[in-house]
Design a protein around this ligand. Structure first.
Ligand code: SF4
Ligand code: SF4
Length: 436
């Protein structure tokens, strides 16, 4: 199938506000203390295997998988375990957290060795041991995604390099600063999972990255580059699959059901780095931005570093903070606690000032239809809202609310500022409860 023909789903134009795109990533020194949660992925939490008083080293396993759908957790620092506490994550789940006082030496564990990989099985085992989860935000354990059944075939590997949320530039910096490992990671996934074709899909607003990867594609013949329209949410999994190869993932199905695996560009970059070094996932590239932070920049931070430490390292807060977001303004989660630590799938921390955080007043729906027009998966948010208000679960199911990817386009475009995403989330919950 040709990938040159544009297949455009809807979506919205948002201000890019990518003020950090030209700032080289700075490695942030490890703070005096890190808090490493035992739940940093979709699935079962890990169980801590260290206790207060233990000395731990960088890359040492500290959280073992307590379920099959899980990814192990490693120490990002060297130091002494101070406590095993509990915490509530940004998504509202509670889990154990390992609190480590750092010693500043960053001594690396002797367990950190490049893995021996020579088959699909050893590759999956290596990815599992690396602790990799989807770094684009979803946090899906990568080894689970790659461990496709013998009856399944992945024709396409789509590398998601859309980075369509405003402000965030960490994936863009990954493309420019970790290019060789991205190429190595793509080649390894293609080889060991038996994929026919690799396509890297990049949003049009990253011309430098597009030019560089097009040149590399022409030289290596190992992959193709697809240029996505510069629109939000081009990086949503179902949207990027449709746009790139024209396939629709049906309701309740996965990308592999349409012969596709989608990986974030930072995830494949990490695969390349891990196969070369054996260092598990212990640090994360993040964008720090927003009107309330003194210095906006991209940082490489130790997992477990608190938002307070990040703000201090970036020169502190300017004026009043209106809102702090983990992630972008469209899908990020608002923080209520500045001690919240950075975890594996965080890609940005935004410190919004009061003006940026100001909420607009909700008014009555004027039936303009803009929400439906903007929806990238062709839902009718206004009809869903009405069905939810009357608790009409049959109608909610008929309106396919479960297809909602919670991108926020409908709420963003709505002139009446209706809380449509929240209604969709509540509608999905209602359907789940009714099914039970
Ligand atoms: S209904 Fe869901 S998928 Fe459609 S625009 Fe709204 S949040 Fe996005
Ligand atoms: S965009 Fe807002 S005002 Fe317009 S139809 Fe949808 S809910 Fe109503």
């Amino acid at each position: 199938m040709s990938i040159t023909k544009a297949r455009l789903l809807k979506g919205i134009h948002v201000a890019h506000a990518k003020s950090t795109e030209n700032t080289q990533t700075i490695p942030m020194p490890v703070p005096s203390r890190v808090s490493i949660p035992m739940l940093q992925h979709l699935g079962a939490p890990c169980k801590s295997i260290v206790k207060p008083g233990d000395r731990v080293l960088v890359g040492q396993l500290i959280g073992e998988c307590a379920g099959t759908f899980c990814a192990p957790i490693h120490s990002s620092v060297s130091g002494t375990v101070k406590a095993i506490d509990s915490m509530v994550t940004t998504s509202g789940d509670s889990c154990e957290v390992v609190v480590i006082e750092t010693d500043g030496t960053q001594e690396v564990s002797s367990d950190v060795k490049a893995p021996v990989v020579n088959s699909k099985e050893s590759f999956i085992e290596a990815i599992k041991n690396s602790g990799l989860v989807g770094l684009g935000g979803a946090g899906f354990p990568a080894w689970v995604k790659l461990n496709i059944k013998p009856t399944q075939k992945a024709e396409y590997l789509i590398i998601n390099a859309a980075e369509c949320e405003p402000y965030i530039t960490s994936d863009y910096r990954e493309m420019l600063e970790n290019t060789e490992d991205i190429l190595a990671g793509m080649a390894a996934v293609k080889k060991y999972i038996g994929i026919d074709k690799v396509i890297i899909s990049i949003e049009k607003n990253k011309p430098k990255a597009i030019e560089m990867f097009q040149k590399l594609a022409a030289e290596t013949k190992a992959f193709e580059v697809y240029v996505l329209q510069s629109k939000y949410p081009k990086g949503a999994e179902k949207v990027i699959i449709y746009d790139t190869i024209g396939r629709t993932v049906p309701e309740g199905k996965l990308p592999i059901d349409v012969g596709t695996i989608v990986m974030n560009v930072a995830s494949v970059g990490f695969v390349g780095t891990y196969l070369r070094t054996g260092m598990p996932l212990t640090q994360k590239r993040i964008t720090v931005d927003g009107g309330a932070i003194a210095k906006a920049q991209n940082l490489m931070v130790a997992i477990g570093t608190s938002i307070t430490h990040i703000a201090e390292y970036c020169g502190g807060i300017k004026g009043e903070v209106g809102k702090v977001l983990m992630g972008g303004p469209m899908m990020g989660l608002a923080l209520y606690n500045m001690d919240t630590p950075v975890i594996k799938n965080n890609n940005a921390v935004l410190f919004f000032d009061e003006k940026q955080a100001k909420e607009q007043k909700t008014t009555l729906c004027i039936r303009c239809g803009k929400c439906g027009y903007a929806c990238p998966v062709r839902l009718m948010p206004v009809s869903i809202e009405r069905a939810f208000e009357s608790k009409d679960t049959e109608r909610l199911a008929a309106l396919k609310v479960n297809l909602c990817i919670e991108c926020g386009c409908c709420s963003y475009i709505c002139p009446a500022k209706r809380p449509l995403v929240q209604t969709n989330r509540a509608s999905k919950k209602l359907l789940r409860e009714t099914k039970k």
